[in-house]
Design a protein around this ligand. Structure first.
Ligand code: PMP
Length: 389
């Protein structure tokens, strides 16, 4: 008797997925393509970190770690966060995770019940919505329009808060826009959380990549202890493949977040955590060098597109630019397909980042300057040709 195939579960198959996959599939096997879609830096992890991994493996760090992470790493992270925010942070509030994405997953699941609402940025990183979906929560988007420098308005966020709203997600410096929230905005958001009882989930994974101004962390303003402050090693130390991040939890919630890791990953890999300790304790020059490299590439974007409507807002941080392709007359998915077909440049359609972002595409500054210059010039030419014709 043959057994009919069982369909995959609805929650799994209905999870929203980013349109970036389609573009990557179309670009695969075409060596001439300029890849501006990939958000993974073209940099190597500092060698002393890799050496620490080898040493940890050989010294027997091959067993499980506690759910919340190794005590030494939690202490080092707490010290780093305290020195940056100016606020004392107890190591007990830190949970070490498999990348910031795992920290976002556990933090959102710690505060969202099915039917609850979470406020997400538009434009914003698509994984926020996928996680909310898996939590059974409803997403509402708060706008961050180009006309406002891709920043949110606190009154607009407040107007979206209803009886089921539990959490507000923030991302600064931001993917896909490179917008950096100024300190007064962070203070106003912290005050909103205090007033409304919302939890803040602050994704600060790009905290070390800021070109103008300084990074304002929610940890410096959250007097009400409502925030989950999330960051990690992927961007600061070029460690995307290592899968190591952390969350600073509101007091009392770290055991809940750590408990949520048990059935998913149990703990971040022990030897990777030890290498993470080495990254935090070792020389930090590579961090500033990395930020300087992205700044030079950001300046290339300004040079090539600065005078054109494609660049309504200069990115102040992270390693992306969000380009206004409205002049082409195409929606963002059609534009991305056409850009690949006609100019051999791969970009991410803005619609992947939220319903209000369809006149934009994201480019990542993760290729050498000359390649970036060429890719941007082709995109500009394409918009101009379409606008003229
Ligand atoms: N948040 C944002 C905004 C990101 O862009 C990324 C990576 N692309 C992450 C989180 C995930 O970082 P990690 O590698 O630490 O999981």
């Amino acid at each position: 008797m043959s057994v009919p195939p069982h369909p995959a579960a609805r929650r799994a198959t209905s999870m929203p997925r980013s349109a970036i996959r389609e573009i990557m599939t179309l670009a695969a096997g075409r060596p001439e393509v300029i890849h501006l879609e990939v958000g993974d830096p073209d940099l190597d992890t500092p060698t002393h970190v890799s050496a620490a991994l080898g040493a940890a493996a050989l010294s027997g760090a091959t067993h499980y770690a506690p759910n919340a992470g190794l005590a030494g790493l939690r202490t080092a992270i707490a010290a780093r966060v305290a020195s940056r925010t100016g606020q004392p942070v107890a190591a007990e509030r830190i949970v070490v995770t498999a990348g910031a994405v795992n920290a976002l997953f556990a933090s959102l699941l710690a505060v969202l019940d099915p039917g609850d609402e979470v406020l997400l940025p538009d434009p914003g990183w698509p994984n926020y919505e996928s996680i909310a979906h898996l939590a059974g929560a409803t997403c509402r988007h708060y706008p961050m329009p180009a006309a406002r420098g891709f920043l949110p308005d606190v009154a607009e966020i407040r107007a979206l808060v209803g009886p089921r709203t539990r959490a507000l997600l923030l991302n600064t410096p931001g993917n896909p826009t490179g917008a950096v929230f100024p300190a007064p905005l962070m203070a106003a958001i912290a005050a909103l959380a205090q007033e409304t009882g919302l939890h803040l989930v602050s994704d600060e994974i790009y905290e070390d990549i800021v070109f103008e101004g300084t990074h304002a962390s929610i940890g410096a303003y959250d007097v009400a202890d409502r925030s989950f402050l999330i960051s990690g090693f992927s961007k600061s130390y070029a460690m995307t493949g290592w899968r190591l991040g952390w969350v600073v939890c509101p007091p009392g919630l770290a055991p809940v977040v750590a408990g949520l890791l048990e059935p998913v990953i149990s703990c971040a890999p022990t030897m990777v955590q030890m290498a993470g300790e080495a990254a935090l304790a070792g020389p930090q020059e590579s961090v500033a060098e990395m930020a300087a490299l992205f700044r030079r590439r950001r300046d290339v974007v300004a040079e090539v597109l600065g005078q054109s409507p494609l660049l309504p807002v200069l990115p102040h941080g992270a390693f992306y630019a969000f380009l206004d392709i409205g002049g082409s007359g195409l929606g963002s998915l059609d534009f991305a397909r056409a850009a690949l077909a006609e100019t051999a440049v791969a970009v991410v359609p803005g619609i992947s980042f939220g319903p209000a972002s369809d006149r934009f595409v994201r480019v990542a500054l993760t290729v050498p300057e000359a390649t970036l210059r060429e890719g941007l010039a082709r995109l500009k030419g394409m918009v101009e040709r379409r606008a003229a014709g």
